[in-house]
Design a protein around this ligand. Sequence first.
Ligand SMILES: C[S@@+](CC[C@H](N)C(=O)[O-])C[C@H]1O[C@@H](n2cnc3c(N)ncnc32)[C@H](O)[C@@H]1O
Length: 203
Amino acid sequence: MGFYDKYLLPKLLNLAMKAPEMTRLRRQLVPLATGRVLEIGVGSGLNLPFYDPSVQVTGVDPSLELQAYAREIARDEKLDVEFLAVGAEAIPLEDKTFDTAVITWTLCTIPDPDAALREVRRLLKPGGKLIFIEHGESPEANIATWQRRINPTWNKLAGGCHLNRRPDTMILANAFQLGDMTEGYIPGPKIATYSYRGIATIA
Ligand SMILES: C[S@@+](CC[C@H](N)C(=O)[O-])C[C@H]1O[C@@H](n2cnc3c(N)ncnc32)[C@H](O)[C@@H]1O
């Protein structure tokens, strides 16, 4: 891993992910998590302050650099979080362990998002739910064209993030059903802000 990815990118990501609208959406959706919670791509821990104190969180993310920020937040918030520094495509835990999975702005980055969603499906208990806030392909043809053009460069600069994935399609394709989903731009450049958010349940 080069200097940019190891030292600069974690700082940049931690800052970028604190945008006010992102924080507002975290505050709206994260408290809906209940019971044992699996957070996929816990990153720098920006969702942690919004969990109900009754939940028990396991945070999966291969980045030890981001995990250092998340551990600090967990300490400050006096939360007992279990961190697993692994990719979400293969999580070394028992089937049907969790009541809720949470994934925010991460399906864009995971190298094999379908494998990660299969893991989430496997690890959720019957009746479990997946809370998601993601960004992806814009429905506007000209923006989607720009997303495709810029994607290769963006991918290198933004730690593997893809601008044009379809989180809703991926979630449906991996044996979830979508309840209420809201989509639309949040403030910021249109190529990176078309947002898909809501709650999916096991189909
Ligand atoms: C844009 S950041 C979002 C972080 C956090 N979810 C948030 O809302 O602030 C994308 C995250 O995906 C993580 N990631 C990359 N590859 C992953 C993988 N294979 N499994 C799980 N997380 C991964 C990165 O380390 C990073 O923390």
